[in-house]
Structure formats: C-alpha cells, structure tokens
Design a protein around this ligand. Structure first.
Ligand code: FAD
Length: 304
C-alpha cells in the first residue's frame, strides 16, 4: 500500500507546495583543525534556524576523537541551543572507560547517545571486541541503560551490514537494539528510495516498531562516496555514476547535480510517507539546507 501511495504521490508535480511538516537532524564530524572548526561552526549556524530536532557528532575510528567529539557536542548544545547527540562506539575501550565517557556526558546535560559498535581501528581487519569491552551495539545499549536514562539512536542497514550473515540476521540484530532500549534507528546512506521502503516494510514485518529514519548523504565528492559505499555495502546506481561523469573539474555544477539527486530522493521518500530525515552534512551546510528548503522547511529564527 505504501508503495502504491508513493507512486501516486510521484505523479504530482515536483515539490508542489510541500507543507514543511518534516523533522530533520544533522550529523557532523569533529574537526581536525581550527579552520575546519570554523567551517563546522558556520554550518551549525546556517542549519540551526531550521530547528533540527537534534544534531549529532560522530566518534572517530578507534575512539580517536573522544575529546573532540565531547567538545563539539557540548558546544553545539550549550551555544547553539540544539539538543546534541554524541556518537559512541565500543572500539578500543573497556566497558568501564565507555561508561565513564557516558557518565561524563550525562553530568554535562547530554541526554542522547548514538550507540554503535564501530569498526576495527585499522579499517581493514575484521572487527574483534576489545578485551573487557562491549561486544557490539546491543551490549553497549544495555550498558548505557545502566549508566543513565539516555535517549539512544542506533544504526540500521537497508542494504544489510557487510558483517551480517544475511538480511534476516541483520534485522534480528536491529530488533535486539530496539529491545535493548534504542528509541530510533538511523540508516546507512542509500540512493534508491525503493531500497528504504522495502527495508522499512521487512523491518515492520520482523516486528520492529520503532522509528526508522533515512540517512541522507548529499554527494560532496563522488570519489569519496564510491569509496565509502564500497566499505559499507551501499550500491551506487548506474544512473548516478553517469550523472557525475565529466564533472570532476566542475565543482559548482557537481553541487547542483548533488542537490538535485538528494532532493529527488527526499521528495520520493516524502511521497512514501517519510517525515523524518537525517542528513550526513560532512560539516557543510549548503546542500542540506537547500534540500530541507525544497522539502518545505523554513528558518524559524537565528541561532541564539
Ligand atoms: P552492530 O549492530 O553491533 O553489529 C554490526 C553487524 O554485526 C550486524 O550486521 C550484526 O548482525 C552483526 N553482529 C553484531 N553482533 C553479533 C553477534 N553477537 N553475532 C553475530 N553477528 C553479530 N562508526 C564510527 O566509528 N563512528 C561513528 O560515529 C559512526 N556513526 C555511524 C552513524 C550511523 C547512522 C551509521 C549507520 C553508522 C555509523 N558508524 C560509525 C559505522 C558503524 O560503526 C559501522 O557500520 C559498524 O561496522 C557497525 O556498527 P553497528 O553499531 O551497526 O554494529
């Protein structure tokens, strides 16, 4: 039924009068340099007036950004006045160390954790839990529940996580995350709306009732997206490679193409009933801002 509804909605003209009845969240990564820090802050200031329900800050591979993640999460919540979520992984830390980081967040008023397993620190070998550490995200969620009453978001994989035996096992794992106390799942990025609709349907059939929010990746660099897709198992449609073909030296044209692709994806998701969107901003505001604008979202006032 959802698919039929989606197809019917697609027949309506492009973005005709979308009421802006959507909720958005934005993801950032902790900056490595002062200059990158300024870019991040400008992006936060640009996106804040859109009234995101939360923004999140990632946790570097191997926990390498523990302090920087902390700093940004605090700053965004305290200075920009947006509820901020801290990503936290199980990698390279004991349970006590992870609990300590979480406790620290709670004491500072951070109420939302994006709980992840993480990947092997060198990025190549297969994941193995740290001795004395949390085994995986389900285990981490259970640990966090003991630390404090956090709001917890988790990761979901419309195209199945590469470490997973099959989709069935991956869905069972996602269900276990909700059962352990997650409030929402944010998906890995994908490029075909059907991919999300189908995933949402099988998740519901598997008894997963919690919120599943599509993670939207506006393409900043096609080469980088190809690399990331290879690692995380996201399929890149042929039409998309074709659209970026010949634009390597044309950053502005590329950005317009990126915005169009992402906006069309979001419009089709919207047509299929999606009202919550999570944007992988890569610390740049304009693409995400433009897409939100096309989805009918308007600024509600400047950042305090
Ligand atoms: P889990 O859900 O714990 O499991 C991953 C896979 O392993 C699943 O397929 C599951 O089926 C399988 N599995 C788990 N436990 C078992 C078990 N006991 N037996 C058999 N199979 C099992 N990475 C970072 O380093 N920092 C970040 O900030 C970050 N943010 C992210 C945000 C989002 C929205 C997403 C989608 C991903 C993010 N990642 C981040 C990447 C993430 O860490 C990787 O995808 C990682 O490989 C899996 O993490 P997870 O929490 O989904 O793992």
């Amino acid at each position: 039924d959802q698919m039929r509804e989606a197809h019917r909605a697609l027949e309506t003209p492009l973005f005709s009068g979308l009421p802006g009845d959507i909720e958005v969240s934005f993801e950032f990564f902790p900056p490595k340099t002062e200059k990158m820090g300024e870019t991040l802050w400008q992006s936060v200031a640009t996106l804040a007036p859109l009234g995101p329900r939360f923004v999140s800050v990632t946790y570097g591979a191997g926990g390498s950004t523990r302090e920087r993640t902390h700093e940004q999460v605090k700053r965004i919540q305290n200075e920009a006045g947006i509820p901020a979520a801290a990503h936290l992984t199980c990698v390279a830390a004991t349970r006590e160390e992870v609990d300590q980081v979480a406790r620290h967040y709670w004491e500072e008023g951070i109420r939302h954790i994006v709980a992840l397993r993480g990947d092997a620190p060198d990025g190549n070998s297969t994941y193995a839990p740290h001795p004395g550490g949390y085994e995986n995200s389900v285990d981490l969620i259970a640990g966090l529940r003991k630390v404090a009453d956090f709001e917890i978001s988790v990761a979901a994989y419309p195209e199945t996580h590469p470490d997973s035996a099959d989709r069935h096992a991956d869905l069972a794992n996602l269900k276990a995350k909700f059962d352990a106390g997650a409030t929402r799942a944010i998906t890995q990025f994908f490029f075909e709306p059907e991919c999300f609709f189908e995933f949402r349907d099988v998740a519901r059939k598997a008894g997963i009732e919690g919120e599943i929010v599509p993670g939207i990746m506006p393409v900043m660099s096609f080469a980088a997206v190809q690399r990331m897709s290879g690692l995380c198992g996201t399929a890149i449609p042929h039409w998309m490679s074709g659209l970026f073909d010949g634009l390597d030296e044309r950053p502005e044209a590329r950005q317009l193409v990126s915005a169009t692709i992402a906006a069309e994806l979001c419009r089709r998701l919207y047509a299929g009933g999606v009202r919550q969107f999570h944007f992988y901003t890569l610390n740049r505001a304009e693409l995400s801002y433009a897409i939100c604008h096309m989805l009918g979202l308007r600024p509600k006032g400047a950042m305090p």
